[in-house]
Design a protein around this ligand. Structure first.
Ligand SMILES: *Cc1c(COP(=O)(O)O)cnc(C)c1O
Length: 362
């Protein structure tokens, strides 16, 4: 129990910028002079129209998207996208390539498999416990799309560069690193992200979709599972996740106006992760689990000399106001999730704690 805000290293739902939380708090009872909370306003009102259109406009400005792209909001998290992607884009003899870089990619592949869609796993890093990002991948000629997971939240790896796919559009799960760096959008047919890591509350998935992928997409699907439904109705075919979209709008505003855009955001993320990796590398007590050239700027995964020490580390860190450092239940160890909203102050506090813990437990 504490009456202070802690340094929050949760993997997701994760820390949001304090500014955003304060904005939500100050306008919660009376949004924009409407006399209502954002959670009470009709999604058909001009108040909400302004929110969703502002979020879309900010996403487009930040990623320098031109009119080739839709920005959509879909419920069901990133996990529903795993199913919707093959459902909408593969039919008959179409084939899709998948790169398996961890738990989330594996789940995406499973959904193509369940639907008995043609797919090929063209590369995998499972042979070394997903500790690296594969290179020199033999992509299929003429595939409909190549599916990648840009940042592997659990294993702590990240594509530093996106591969050349011979013009096949990349469909990318960016749940844990969207808006953390600039992107060359020419490579992508679709990017999507469950909001709860880098964008806002859970329950909303942002989908950025190149319009030409909708041509020839399967049409005989339930309305709510068809991208075209969202594209045709500005994501308001049914009641959208209004509070989630509102929060995303505030987060994007914070990136634009407080951080100064994606190049600045990336520089800050490099600095933050660098501080932590450099500290770990400089000693021998902690050790990172990801291969150096594949390390994530968002999820820093590390081990201590023993599992008992890891337990003690997490417990003492929590008691010192540093939360969420336990590794994913499937892999153990420790993980500091340091998304956009993590502050340099929080990383400095973590490094100081790690330093004194190492001294006391050598
Ligand atoms: C968290 C996460 C998911 C799952 O997101 P849900 O919104 O819970 O479905 C998928 N992919 C990646 C990379 C994630 O980090």
């Amino acid at each position: 129990m504490t009456d202070q805000r802690i340094f929050n290293f949760n993997a997701g739902p994760a820390a949001l910028p304090l500014q955003v939380l304060e904005d939500i708090q100050s306008s919660f009872l009376n949004f924009n002079g409407s006399g209502m909370s954002i959670t009470e306003i009709s999604h058909r009102s001009s108040y909400f129209d302004e929110v969703i259109n502002d979020a879309i406009a900010r996403a487009k400005r930040l990623l320098k998207l031109d009119d080739r792209f839709h920005v959509l909001f879909v419920q069901g998290g990133a996990s529903l996208q795993f199913a919707m992607i093959p459902m909408n884009f593969l039919s008959g003899d179409d084939i899709a390539d998948y790169v398996n870089t961890g738990t989330w990619s594996t789940k995406a592949i499973k959904e193509a498999q369940i639907q008995q869609k043609n797919h090929r796993v063209v590369a995998s890093s499972e042979d070394r416990d997903f500790s690296y990002i594969p290179t020199d991948i033999p992509f299929s000629k003429g595939a409909k799309y190549v599916h990648l997971t840009s940042n592997n939240t659990i294993k702590g790896t990240q594509f530093q560069e996106f591969p050349d796919t011979n013009g096949v559009p990349i469909v990318c799960d960016m749940s844990s690193d969207i808006f953390s760096r600039p992107l060359d959008m020419d490579k992508f047919g679709m990017i999507y992200a469950g909001a709860q890591k880098n964008l806002g509350p859970s329950g909303t998935c942002m989908v950025i979709l190149r319009k030409d992928l909708l041509e020839g997409a399967n049409a005989d699907l339930p309305s709510m599972l068809t991208y075209d439904t969202y594209a045709a109705k500005n994501s308001m075919y049914n009641t959208p996740p209004c509070f989630g979209i509102y929060t995303i709008d505030l987060v994007l505003k914070w990136i634009e106006e407080q951080m100064g855009g994606l190049a600045q955001m990336e520089a800050y993320n490099i600095k933050k992760a660098g501080l932590l990796y450099d500290f770990i590398e400089a000693g021998s007590f902690y050790r990172t689990t990801a291969q150096a050239d594949s390390r994530s700027l968002m999820n820093v995964t590390f081990r201590l000399p023993s599992e008992d020490l890891e337990k003690l580390f997490v417990a003492q860190a929590t008691a010192s106001g540093l939360g969420g450092l336990k590794g994913h239940r499937s892999v153990g160890g420790c993980r500091a999730s340091i998304y956009n909203a993590a502050t340099m102050e929080s990383i400095t506090a973590l490094v100081q704690f790690m330093e004194s813990f190492a001294k006391e437990n050598k």
